[in-house]
Design a protein around this ligand. Structure first.
Ligand code: ATP
Length: 139
């Protein structure tokens, strides 16, 4: 039917492998439309929605938990930590996850700056320790 192959891959399984005429991937800087003969490309993906045209031109969608999309030779490979079809999403579970996350954010809201500082310090510590380790390998 379509001239493009769309594959969605997670660490566990190939969740989607279809032929389609057009695809839209949730790139971090907005949706990117892909048609046949698209130039080779690698794009970072945000948490978003992957769209493509199914049979009879019907719009199909999947949830994508960020990752990367590679476009090459009329094949689009989406690599992501998690991906679900609309009918496979447990809405109650997502509502509970959102509630937990909001609760946690509220707990630290009074000291947002301390959280940012701690994150910065952690990355700074990682860089410093790695520099010390790499420096130890000089000849
Ligand atoms: P939770 O706190 O509910 O586990 P999460 O965002 O931490 O949510 P992920 O780490 O993104 O979950 O996903 C872990 C696994 O669970 C993946 O296989 C993903 O597809 C699945 N998953 C997560 N949330 C849902 C959901 N609401 N409905 C269906 N599958 C889900």
């Amino acid at each position: 039917m379509g001239a493009l192959t769309l594959r969605v891959i997670t660490p566990e399984e190939i969740v989607l492998d279809v032929q389609t005429a057009s695809i839209q991937v949730p790139a971090t800087d907005g949706g990117v439309g892909i048609l046949p003969r698209h130039a080779p490309m690698v794009a970072a993906l945000g948490v978003g929605q992957l769209d493509w045209r199914g049979d009879a031109g019907k719009k199909e969608s999947m949830f994508i938990a960020g990752g990367f999309a590679e476009v090459r030779d009329d094949t689009v490979r989406v690599v992501t930590e998690a991906s679900e079809r609309p009918e496979d999403i447990d809405i109650e579970r997502a509502r509970k996850a959102a509630e937990r996350a909001r609760g946690r954010l509220k707990e630290v809201a009074h000291d947002r700056q301390a959280v940012i500082d701690a994150l910065r310090a952690e990355f700074s510590l990682r860089r410093a320790l790695m520099r010390i380790r790499v420096a130890g390998q000089k000849r």
